[in-house]
Design a protein around this ligand. Structure first.
Ligand code: FE2
Ligand code: FE2
Length: 274
């Protein structure tokens, strides 16, 4: 395992072998940097790639998103959700799709966490609910990278966590010398995502360690916890992540507000939905 650890920490393997993003997505992301680009131009680029467009409509029409079955064109999806949201959804779909093996459990966990983060933001009267949704969707993307880059290490981490009954980040530290939070943050930087998003990925298990991004990291922390509590999807370990009381305190999340969030996400997570 020491060879794997050394190679992984070198990070060059990640840079070299990371699944390529679809050409249309790269083109759309490039266009989006230009303030003069119109929604029609973006929709045209995304629509040129049938699988990308199909994926996008599938994601935005999933019950977890809130417009079940109502968005039928890429153009309308861009108008309703905005390009930043679409870009993040497509990035997440591309990385999950590039993974060999079955990542559907983790995708479900991530989609569920996205919904929980958005609901937390809404109930706490916060503004950045779209950003919270994206952070929830991408929070465990480091696990996908490990599964893609180092499938043997990924299996070893799962085995270690299960057999020794330790939390996944501890097993990741032992096997890789880093956790999925470090890898996710690195990927966010590589994708040029905003710094707050990168910090949310980096600190979602220990929000108090991220003073500038304490709010978004706390939202993801609690969203992740609730998604695991509902056993929605599969986050790769048997345990529910440890809850950091700082997150509750920082968000001023009292029993009543928490109850409304639990009710809202419970309705979405009902068996048979999503
Ligand atoms: Fe995590
Ligand atoms: Fe998670």
């Amino acid at each position: 395992m020491s060879d794997l650890q050394t190679s992984f920490q070198g990070r060059w393997i990640l840079a070299k072998n990371l699944p390529a993003l679809p050409a249309a997505l790269q083109e759309a992301m490039r266009l989006a940097q230009n303030p003069n680009t119109t929604i029609a131009e973006l929709a045209e680029v995304i629509g040129r790639d049938q699988s990308l467009a199909g994926n996008m409509l599938k994601i935005v029409n999933a019950p977890t998103y809130g417009f079940p079955g109502r968005i039928t064109s890429v153009h309308n999806a861009l108008i309703l959700l905005g390009f930043n949201m679409i870009k993040s959804l497509l990035l997440a779909a591309a990385i999950f799709e590039g993974a060999s093996g079955d990542m559907s459990g983790l995708w479900r966990h991530s989609s569920g966490c996205a919904v929980a983060c958005r609901e937390l933001g809404i109930r706490l009267n916060m503004k950045n609910t779209d950003e919270f949704f994206i952070a929830g969707l991408l929070h465990d993307v480091g696990k996908v990278v490990t599964a893609v880059q180092l499938p043997e290490a990924y299996m070893e981490i799962s085995r270690l966590a299960h057999e020794q009954d330790i939390i996944l980040p501890e097993a990741e530290e032992r096997v890789l010398g880093m956790t999925h939070t470090h890898i996710g943050a690195w990927l966010a930087e590589r994708w040029n995502l905003p710094a707050t998003l990168r910090d949310a990925l980096a600190h979602h298990h220990h929000p108090a360690s991220a003073p500038p991004a304490l709010t978004i990291a706390s939202i993801v922390h609690v969203g992740d916890f609730l998604t695991c509590l509902f056993e929605y999807g599969n986050h790769g370990e048997d345990r529910v992540p440890m809850l950091d009381p700082h997150a509750f305190k920082h968000l001023a999340l009292d029993r009543h507000k928490l109850g409304t969030v639990v009710d809202a996400i419970g309705a979405i997570f009902e068996p048979g939905k999503a």
